[in-house]
Ligand binder design. Structure first.
Ligand SMILES: C[S@@+](CC[C@H](N)C(=O)[O-])C[C@H]1O[C@@H](n2cnc3c(N)ncnc32)[C@H](O)[C@@H]1O
Length: 240
């Protein structure tokens, strides 16, 4: 069994999850995914299952998969409290040995690709478990504005702006904000082109992307995120 830092922070993550996976981040995800009623879906790196439950409420048949056993315990507790028919499996997104080829109509991965060291292995696995014509939707912390060297600055007009450096150096890093997820578990920084090229190389055709401005609570707390996006969303399709 692999160790994952999320086992140590799972209870804390569950408490703060509504501040991260809330309307502001789930809504663009659900927009990019579209109508899922009747589809067989995988919520990859599902955590405590917030997206899996949202997809199940929209009529999909959902399996959540995660590497953290503690996260999965919490997800199963939500399922017991409000049965939506979501099943949960322990698994590594880089291999998913227990999942058969072409099992799903769609695979969703919300805010987790930055956590996983081997991006090529994940997207190749996603391609393998999707049926032909199936979709892959993902969200990531925007790699152009959240880099190891990025910080909030004040522009000469008084507006918050983002200072970015270190973009071209792909590496694991840890935010200085120890109160946040990326301060606690770190992240793999990659260029946006690395993400997009990995998808294309795996045979996943990019169909749509969204970079939403933050209008809600996060926009109030971080006015700079009304100027530059915090998150990047994409949807791809497995071709013939
Ligand atoms: C930031 S959390 C996001 C959880 C959930 N998708 C959400 O939006 O709340 C990242 C998740 O990725 C999971 N994870 C990290 N590496 C993984 C891997 N190799 N395979 C499967 N899950 C992984 C962690 O255990 C954690 O639950």
């Amino acid at each position: 069994m692999q160790a994952t830092p999320y086992d140590d922070i799972a209870d804390w993550y569950d408490e703060i999850a509504p501040a991260i996976s809330n309307d502001a981040t789930l809504s663009p995800f659900l927009v990019i995914v579209g109508d899922v009623a009747g589809q067989r879906l995988c919520d990859l790196a599902c955590g405590q299952g917030i997206l899996a439950r949202a997809l199940a409420r929209r009529g999909a048949s959902v399996v959540g998969i995660d590497l953290s056993r503690r996260m999965l315990e919490i997800a199963r507790r939500y399922e017991r409290d409000e049965p939506l028919g979501v099943g949960y499996l322990y698994g590594d997104a880089q291999t998913l040995d227990a999942v058969r080829d072409e099992s799903f109509d769609g695979v969703a991965c919300h805010l987790a690709l930055m956590d996983i060291p081997d991006l090529d292995a994940v997207v190749q696995t996603v391609h393998r478990i999707l049926r032909t014509g199936g979709w892959f939707a993902f969200s990531i912390v925007h790699p152009c504005f959240q880099t190891p060297g990025s910080e909030w600055l004040v522009h000469s007009d008084g507006k918050a702006c983002r200072g970015v450096s270190g973009y071209f150096v792909e590496r694991f890093w840890r935010s200085e904000n120890l109160a946040g997820v990326r301060g606690k578990v770190g992240a793999h920084h990659r260029m946006l082109s690395t993400y997009l090229n990995a998808l294309v190389a795996a045979g996943l055709q990019i169909e749509r992307t969204i970079e939403p401005p933050e209008t809600g609570e996060r926009g109030r707390l971080h006015p700079g995120n009304r100027e530059v996006p915090w998150l990047f969303f994409g949807r791809c399709r497995k071709g013939d």
